[in-house]
Design a binder for this molecule. Structure first.
Ligand SMILES: C[S@@+](CC[C@H](N)C(=O)[O-])C[C@H]1O[C@@H](n2cnc3c(N)ncnc32)[C@H](O)[C@@H]1O
Length: 240
C-alpha cells in the first residue's frame, strides 16, 4: 500500500479532485463550528499526503507547529515542497503506531484514516489521549459507499468503515460531537476505468484477499458504465 501511494504521489495534486472537494467541505464544516480559534494552535495531520489540508489551515489559522504523518515517503517529500516554515515536522510513519496525541490542539485527517488496520482502536486511542478542548476533524468514505456496484465488482474495492461501529466511542459525556455525510457521485465508462482512476493517486489497493482468475477475466470483459457513489463521513469532535 505504501508503494502504491509512493507511485501515486507524483501527480497526486493534479489527480486528487475528490480529496480536494472533501477537504474544502470539511474545512467549512470546521469553521462553522470553530470560528473563534484565536490562540496559537499545534496541528497534527494524519495521512497528510502532499500536505494540502495543512497548507490551507496554515493560511487561515495561527499555527504554532504542524506535524505531518504519512506512511508514504514520497508523499512526505512532496509535502516538503509546500512549506517554507521551520515549524513543520515531517514524519514518515504509520498513524496506527502514533501515540503522542496529547501534544496537539487540532488533529485532522482527510480521506486517509479508513486505511487504518483498526480504525475503532485508533479513534479510541485518540479520544482517550487528547487534551481538554483539543479538536479532531476527520473525513473518510463509509460503508454505504459503492453500493451500486455488482457483487464481483465489489471484490476489487476496499471495505470502508461502518460508522455504526463508532457509536459507543462517541456516545460519551466527555466530548462534543458533530457529523455530517457528504455524497460524491461520478460515472465511469467501466469498472476498470474507475480502478485506473484510483491508481492515479495510489488508492488502488484492495483489502479483499480472494480475487480469483475468473473475477479478473470478468473485470476485463465488463464494459458497462458504472455509477460510483461515495458516502463520506465528516466528523468533528472536541474534548470537553
Ligand atoms: C487519499 S490520500 C489523502 C491524502 C491527504 N490527506 C489529502 O487530503 O489529499 C491517503 C493518504 O493516507 C496515507 N496513509 C495510508 N495509510 C496510512 C497509515 N497507516 N499511516 C499513515 N499514512 C497512511 C497514504 O500514504 C496517503 O498519502
Amino acid at each position: 500500500m505504501q508503494l502504491s501511494f509512493d507511485k501515486g504521489s507524483e501527480n497526486y495534486d493534479f489527480n486528487s479532485k475528490l480529496q480536494k472537494i472533501i477537504s474544502d467541505e470539511m474545512l467549512s464544516f470546521f469553521f462553522q463550528e470553530f470560528e473563534s480559534l484565536k490562540k496559537k494552535v499545534s496541528l497534527l495531520d494524519l495521512g497528510c499526503g502532499t500536505g494540502e489540508i495543512s497548507k490551507k489551515l496554515n493560511e487561515k489559522l495561527n499555527l504554532k507547529t504542524i506535524h505531518l504523518v504519512d506512511i508514504s515517503k514520497k508523499m512526505i517529500e512532496k509535502s516538503m515542497e509546500k512549506f517554507k516554515d521551520d515549524k513543520v515536522v515531517y514524519d514518515h510513519n504509520d498513524f496506527d503506531y502514533f501515540d503522542n496525541f496529547k501534544d496537539y490542539d487540532l488533529i485532522v485527517s482527510n480521506m486517509s484514516i479508513h486505511w487504518s488496520n483498526d480504525i475503532v482502536k485508533l479513534l479510541k486511542k485518540i479520544l482517550n489521549s487528547i487534551k481538554k478542548d483539543a479538536v479532531v476533524l476527520l473525513s473518510f468514505p463509509n460503508s454505504m459507499s459503492l453500493r451500486d456496484l455488482k457483487k464481483f465488482q465489489k471484490k476489487f474495492v476496499n471495505d470502508f468503515p461502518n460508522i455504526l461501529h463508532f457509536s459507543n466511542i462517541f456516545d460519551c459525556k466527555k466530548i462534543y460531537f458533530k457529523q455530517k455525510e457528504l455524497i460524491h457521485e461520478e460515472r465511469f465508462e467501466s469498472i476498470l476505468d474507475f480502478l485506473k482512476n484510483l491508481r492515479k493517486i495510489g488508492a488502488n489497493v484492495s483489502n479483499k484477499k480472494l480475487i480469483s482468475f475468473k473475477d479478473l477475466i470478468s473485470l476485463r470483459r465488463d464494459k458497462s458504465s458504472v455509477k460510483i457513489r461515495f458516502n463520506i463521513s465528516c466528523i468533528f469532535f472536541r474534548k470537553i
